[in-house]
Design a binder for this molecule. Structure first.
Ligand code: ADP
Length: 179
């Protein structure tokens, strides 16, 4: 499914983010930037040791990455030239700033990707795996935040890559309703 938003194609697909034909992919990392499970593990496995080495260098220089922030490393062996690492909120009850942190993940990732010159970017569903953010609300925030930010950036395509059919349908509904 896709929608044209100004000069940007906004696309929702099901698949493996490590195989998406885009210039930059976003990693749902954790604050240590040392890799983990889920999409983080898949990206480090597919991209190889260059990504971890760049993450370690960032942490040595700037410390752990706060939730809602984003940093860029090379893509290593991935087809994507860059990986944007962002840290989602660990969902507690929705009353601890989770929505604002999640929106910040999308905003800071777009800014970081645009700053290195990426024109095509792919997001996973940040925080809805191990961090347990409810998928319907997370999808609404993801779509609304990206749509609001697109006019400020020169992306030709931004896609959301979902890992399951259920997640795909949820994001398609958010795109149909919110864009
Ligand atoms: P978080 O810790 O931010 O919740 P997770 O990696 O646990 O991050 O989960 C985020 C989402 O990424 C989940 O919906 C999960 O199913 C999905 N996911 C896992 N592996 C991949 C992959 N290779 N490509 C795309 N999405 C993936």
């Amino acid at each position: 499914m896709e929608r044209q938003i100004g000069t940007t194609r906004l696309v929702v697909v099901r698949g493996d983010i490590t195989r998406q034909p885009v210039e930059a992919i976003v990693n749902a990392a954790n604050s240590s930037l040392l890799g983990g499970g889920g999409v983080d593990g898949a990206i480090h496995r597919a991209g190889g040791p260059t990504i971890l080495a760049a993450c370690q260098e960032i942490v040595a220089r700037a410390g752990r990455l706060c939730a809602g922030q984003a940093v860029v490393t090379p893509g290593g062996n991935l087809a994507a030239r860059w990986v944007v690492h962002t840290v989602g909120p660990i969902f507690r009850d929705g009353g601890h700033g989770e929505a604002e942190i999640l929106a910040s993940c999308y905003r800071t990732s777009l800014t970081a990707a645009a700053a290195v010159g990426a024109r095509t970017l792919c997001f996973p569903s940040i925080a809805t795996g191990a961090y347990r953010y409810p998928i319907e609300e997370a999808a609404r925030i993801a779509v609304a935040t990206v749509v609001a930010e697109l006019p400020h950036h020169p992306f030709t395509e931004v896609r959301f890559c979902l890992f399951s059919d259920r997640d795909l349908v949820t994001y398609e509904m958010a795109l149909a309703e919110g864009a």
